[in-house]
Ligand binder design. Sequence first.
Ligand code: ASP
Length: 327
Amino acid sequence: MSKPKVAVIFTGGTIAGQSDSNLDTTSYRAGVLTGAELLAQIPAVHDFCTPVPEQFRNVVSTDITDADLLALHALVTRQLAQDDIAGVVITHGTATLEETAAFLQFTLRSDKPVVLVGAMRPNSAISADGQMNLVQAFALAASPQARGRGILVCANDRIGSAIYISKTNAQAVDTFQARDAGFLGVMMGVRPLFYAQPAQPLLPPCFDVAGGGALPRVAVVHTHLNDDPGVLEYFLAQGASGLVIAAAGNGTLSSAMARQANACVERGVPVVKSSVCGAGFVWNEGKDKLIPAGFHNPQKSRMLLALCLRQGMDMAEIEACFTVQLG
Ligand code: ASP
């Protein structure tokens, strides 16, 4: 029987990282090895699938631009449209992997698996995690069991959802966690075992980004004691059309920041209130005019707000996209 074809898009990151020393896990260069070189290291994937490679970029993931995301979307869409492609793997630096994953979750609807994969140790290191992560990502993308589960993240033997997963540790190989929602499943070698379906009602509508049109600029402001509300005006003057505030706790702002943020909303600028906590829920307790981010962290809120603005949504429509129906 012929093996399922899996498209693989290489973007760079630590999974393609290299150093002169196999003990170096900190000062290596990300995005060095090509996709062809990475594939040559894992011939075993041919036992269960046929990779169809595409070198999209080879960069550290913090250099991926909004224009890159739109181009990546177009590429993945083309691949998913091919009947003989069972799924898509995207190699990506872990630093911003969750942002690209969230963007694709908000903009792609396909039952075929799309799996993002990265690594915490460069390819040159002893006990590098990238090869096994990549093999498992292929297995996941080729698996009929992975269909209809949204955009997936595969790393460290775990399967996560783009919506819930976040990078939580700057070095450790178990960096991807979904603290409230948990993992969707595990990889038992090259066989996925799913615990549950993602809860579909938590997903916003799918945004159509075909046909060009840049993502509007949205700035993220991190709050702290003695913060300066003037930064909101600064970002607006720099061309931001929307703001995300990474607020304290469950969305708490200093009085001065709250006044300034509400003044922005009164002028028609959408301001989303997320949390620095990395887990938990920000809701609308009626104290201000800001849009509560629900469970979206600041960087994923930035993505969602930019997509809302690109679509020309008004304040109420934007709020509806962030709103989660509670029981
Ligand atoms: N250190 C990052 C990584 O883990 C580099 C990147 O995001 O490209 O992949």
